[in-house]
Design a protein around this ligand. Structure first.
Ligand SMILES: [Zn+2]
Length: 196
């Protein structure tokens, strides 16, 4: 790059910044949504075939939006920690009727990973009264550190998944809980890495 060009860029920088900023604004003056970051994760399921259904942002009852991806696979499929981190929100007793077993993984990468509808059936039954030891990896406790790829629980249909069937509902929150992003790109990349 010639000195003249460098000088021009240096001089023009405030204008370029202004152009960039205005380019990020929509016609309404609101800031446009930047592309969501795609964290590098381990695929959360030990399954050869997984069927993705509901997508991110799909409408749910009461004006809520679906903040995750649903992955259908066999009941009892092991669920893996997607990154190194600390587990939280583990139920220490059977949830109240209709409530689900879920777990939050607070990643060392600063992101939060939420898993829902873990197994609530006793082995060989559909009794909805399985103890936490059949939802989570045996002995897993809140605050415990886990490594990426470690088994943390099992797929099931607890909560409102009874009718839909066993699946993992998985969410990614970048940096903080109120910042959910579509997990699909990270999941697809994780699957692709796994098949190599
Ligand atoms: Zn879901």
């Amino acid at each position: 790059m010639s000195a003249a060009v460098v000088r021009w860029i240096t001089k023009a920088r405030p204008i370029l910044v202004a152009l960039f900023v205005s380019g990020c604004m929509s016609a309404s003056g609101k800031q446009a949504i930047a592309p969501a970051p795609v964290p590098v994760i381990v695929f959360p399921l030990v399954a050869d075939s997984v069927r993705f259904t509901s997508g991110f942002g799909d409408a749910r009852g009461g004006g809520r939006a679906h903040h995750g991806q649903d992955m259908f696979c066999a009941r009892w499929t092991p669920i893996l920690a997607v990154v190194n981190g600390t587990v939280d929100w583990i139920a220490t007793a059977r949830p109240k009727s209709g409530k689900s077993y879920s777990v939050l993984l607070r990643g060392d990468d600063g992101n939060q990973y939420f898993y829902d509808h873990l197994n609530n059936d006793d082995p060989g039954t559909r009794d909805n009264s399985g103890e936490p030891g059949y939802a989570y990896a045996r002995g897993l406790r809140n605050g415990e550190r886990v490594s990426a790829g470690e088994i943390i629980g099992y797929v099931g249909d607890s909560g409102n998944a009874e009718r839909a069937g066993a699946h993992l509902h998985f969410e990614i929150h970048i940096g903080r809980w109120d910042n959910p992003v579509d997990p699909a790109p990270a999941l697809r990349a994780a699957l692709a890495r796994r098949s190599h």
